[in-house]
Design a protein around this ligand. Structure first.
Ligand code: ADP
Length: 516
């Protein structure tokens, strides 16, 4: 039975994803209730919602993570449903259950499906039972170093130790030789205990040079499950995604259909409802291995929305209200190419150290094919209480090359003054010939990091570079008048690098232009 669309939804999150959910609700004609901490009193999500309720002090453990309080607020204001966003309470089965028991609708999967996929070892067992290929490894926590050593010997080194309760790349250790194993197990356990309160660690074969390719699934309460193709998320630092795209250069229509069918099978095995994502490693031979299922909307969902032409967050809400998915699988073929860059308050030149302060000035990119999903504005205070991700810049274009060109253009338009951000880092990635070739693996960024984050020139050097650029331009003009063979005929005033014009000259010109 389909129920009517909700009239009011409580958004149990902050930042860009809270705004994203509020926007989806506004388009569906649903009222929204924001919750906020003392640190977020002036945040955009508070202003954009129809109502807003203060739920506690800045630390999330005393505000955004206090499930009982959020449920109490939802009931008090007359909301019928709760959208958890990502992070915070989104993958806590107890919260999904408590929402349900309070007579409200949790906009996400049933608590049982979250539980089934919540532990990596349980998810591996479930996947294997459903015929889904998993990375070779064990399916239970290892007892001690001796047992780990025996298991590792059967798969061969290198191996990867992983926290069963893991997430965010925590509690993971690559072990290349037997003598490193005991120490790595100790430190993985310690990290897992601190991060998740559970020190169970298991072991997988470490796959060399794979891609991270994930499949978006969408399921309703009537038994319909479709997949929405893949996202390529191989550009990672410390096992954390930084840039995502859809589709993937490594996925053919045939492979997409196979990986998609596998993801649908895993979702069905878990009794899944709502939007979810099956993560896979794809090796160089086209073999893919299930890693885990994320039982929530993901940060990178917009790239799928752009190439598939639907609103995933609206469908989360519609499915939660009981609506049946009207789609046939064959309707979903990616159109064009989408890329997302995560704009974080981190300083790439200083080991991605978190940067804090007030955003003094903000200029957002716009124009064809550009989307900004952000949670900041001029005047926003960026502190250390929450995730450093400020916004996502997403572009859509007919081809990958055009999407990269569009992202470069959009990143150049973006100005955030007052704090350090990842903007310049993303520009360098877009300019990187290896990234442009698409031939990258999950190890690519780490290997390339030092050159991608080398300090930029300071103001004095830029001034010198601008003078040098002016000289080069003058020489070119003079050469043009004398009919020299190396005259450039394209007339482009600020074209990029050429063999005889290094990219720093072009960069210096742009910088000079921006500053003047
Ligand atoms: P988390 O839940 O902590 O994010 P995942 O299992 O999703 O952990 O893995 C995070 C990332 O670590 C993957 O995207 C991939 O880059 C890398 N990774 C995970 N398992 C393996 C493996 N067996 N071999 C090589 N790399 C792996």
């Amino acid at each position: 039975m389909s129920r009517a669309m909700f009239t009011k939804i409580l958004v149990a999150n902050r930042g860009e994803i809270a705004l994203r959910v509020i926007r989806a609700c506004q388009e569906l004609g649903v009222k929204t209730v924001a919750v906020y901490s003392e640190a977020d009193a002036a945040a955009p999500h508070v202003r954009e919602a129809d109502e807003a309720v203060l739920v506690g002090p800045a630390p999330s453990s005393q505000s955004y993570l206090v499930g009982a309080r959020l449920i109490e607020v939802a009931k008090r204001v007359g909301a019928e449903a709760v959208h958890p966003g990502y992070g915070f309470l989104s993958e806590r089965a107890w919260f999904a259950r408590a929402v349900r028991e309070a007579g409200l609708v949790f906009i996400g999967p049933p608590a049982e499906a979250i539980e089934a996929m919540g532990s990596k070892t349980a998810a591996r067992q479930l996947a294997m039972a459903a015929g889904v290929p998993v990375v070779p490894g064990n399916t239970e926590g290892v007892k001690d170093a001796a047992e780990a050593l025996a298991i590792a010997a059967t798969y061969g080194f290198p191996v990867l130790l992983k926290a069963a309760a893991g997430g965010g790349g925590k509690g993971m250790r690559i072990v290349r030789t037997p003598d490193e194993l005991a120490g790595a197990l100790d430190s993985a356990r310690r990290e897992a205990r601190n991060a998740f309160g559970d020190d169970a660690v298991y072991l997988e074969k470490y796959i060399e040079g794979p891609r991270h390719v994930e499949i978006q699934v969408l399921a309703d309460t009537h038994g319909n499950v479709v997949h929405l193709g893949e996202r390529e998320c191989s550009v990672q630092r410390r096992h954390q995604k930084m840039i995502e795209e859809a589709p993937s250069v490594a996925v053919t229509p045939e492979l997409r259909a196979r990986m998609g069918a596998t993801a649908v099978a895993a979702a069905r095995a878990a009794g899944y409802v709502n939007a979810g994502t099956c993560e896979f490693l794809l090796d160089r031979d086209g073999q893919f291995y299930f890693l885990e299922m994320n039982t929530r909307i993901q940060v990178e969902h917009p790239v799928t929305e752009l190439v598939m032409g639907l609103d995933l967050v609206q469908w989360q809400i519609r499915v939660a209200a009981g609506e049946a998915l009207p789609f046939a699988q064959q309707e979903f073929t990616p159109r064009g190419w989408a890329i997302e860059c995560r704009i974080t308050s981190e300083d790439p030149e200083n080991g991605f150290l978190p940067s804090t302060g007030r955003i003094e000035y903000l200029h957002l990119p716009s124009g064809p094919g550009v989307r900004w999903d952000g949670g900041i504005e001029a005047g926003s205070e960026v502190g250390l209480h929450y995730d450093p991700m400020l916004a996502k810049l997403i572009v859509h274009a007919p081809t990958r090359a055009l999407a990269i060109a569009r992202m470069r253009r959009a990143l150049h338009e973006l100005t955030i003054d007052g704090i350090e951000t990842s903007r310049g880092f993303h520009l360098r990635v877009m300019d990187d010939p290896e990234f442009q070739s698409g031939d990258i693996s999950i190890q690519w960024l780490e290997q390339r990091l030092s050159s991608l984050t080398a300090p930029r020139a300071d103001a004095a050097t830029l001034k010198l570079a601008a003078i040098a650029a002016a000289l080069v331009a003058h020489e070119e003009r003079t050469a043009g008048r004398t009919g020299s063979a190396d005259r450039r005929g394209d007339g482009a005033p600020f074209a990029g690098a050429t063999p005889d014009r290094p990219s720093w000259v072009a960069e210096a010109r742009r910088e000079g232009l921006r500053r003047s």
